[in-house]
Design a protein around this ligand. Structure first.
Ligand SMILES: Nc1ncnc2c1ncn2[C@@H]1O[C@H](COP(=O)(O)OP(=O)(O)OP(=O)(O)O)[C@@H](O)[C@H]1O
Length: 237
């Protein structure tokens, strides 16, 4: 049986007095790529921020690798092996690509460095010619690749990617899709928040559709492909 890496139950979150998550339920098993799909403002980023402790939820349960992390500080959650890559793609702009990567190097919970610099460059060949360029001088797509690679240098057991395709040219989106698909082949487990359903359907194994702060549908990618009603109702397709 698969081992559940992340289990989120009845998660609620607010900004001030405004409630935006109304009981999110979500499970990710080892090796899965779950696409969290939903329209603008549906609650994808807030779900990721609540899971990773950046914007803690107000109630609910979040269990990561068998441990409750709900209300834990963001740095503790990150250290326990959950890496969150926010949508703003912030690199350390004054530092080179290689320095950005080395700053983040950390072993996994067993003390192992699965992701070395060499392994990163093999997986992200586009970063090789850029290794001495400052982070702030990269294009949007290059920055996106760098922040994903930087997260991997921390050898996480779960990677949360928030809208990696947003605002990028189709050719770059394809490169990022190839890169994420490659990560899955290496055994990575990924929660991928996206508005771009087509980007996800080629990569993800499972989907969770979120609408108005609630997960309204879960299934495999194949099941979603066949479900025109859900696509029309929640994904504007
Ligand atoms: N810092 C904030 N303060 C107040 N309200 C916020 C804040 N961030 C998000 N919201 C609101 O919370 C709701 C959920 O936003 P969230 O960013 O989680 O949605 P999303 O599905 O990620 O959308 P997008 O694709 O536009 O990022 C929206 O109504 C949004 O306006």
């Amino acid at each position: 049986m698969n081992q559940s890496i992340l289990a989120v139950h009845d998660l609620e979150a607010h900004y001030g007095i405004s409630q935006v998550l109304f009981g999110v339920d979500l499970t990710i098993e080892k090796g899965q790529c779950v696409a969290l799909l939903g329209r603008n403002g549906a609650g994808k980023s807030t779900t990721m921020k609540a899971i990773s402790g950046i914007h803690p939820g107000t109630s609910g349960r979040v269990v990561f690798n068998g441990q409750s992390i709900f209300k834990d500080k963001a740095y503790r959650i990150a250290r326990s092996g959950l890496a969150f890559v926010p949508e703003d793609r912030q690199t350390f702009p004054e530092h080179t690509v290689e320095e950005n990567l080395l700053i983040a190097a950390k072993p996994d919970s067993s003390g192992t460095y699965k992701w070395s610099l060499e392994h990163i460059y093999r997986t992200f060949p586009l970063l090789v010619p850029l290794r001495h360029r400052q982070g702030g001088l990269l294009s949007g797509g290059e920055q996106q690749l760098l922040v994903i690679a930087r997260a991997l240098m921390g050898n996480p057991s779960l990677l949360l990617l928030d809208e990696p395709s947003e605002g990028l040219a189709p050719v770059i989106v394809q490169q990022i899709a190839r890169c994420v698909a490659g990560l899955l082949k290496t055994g990575a487990t990924i929660l991928l928040a996206e508005q771009n359903m087509h980007f996800c359907l080629h990569i993800a194994t499972h989907v969770a559709v979120i609408d108005k702060g609630r997960v309204v549908y879960t299934g495999t990618v194949e099941e979603l492909r066949r479900n025109d009603d859900i696509k029309k109702r929640y994904l504007s397709v």
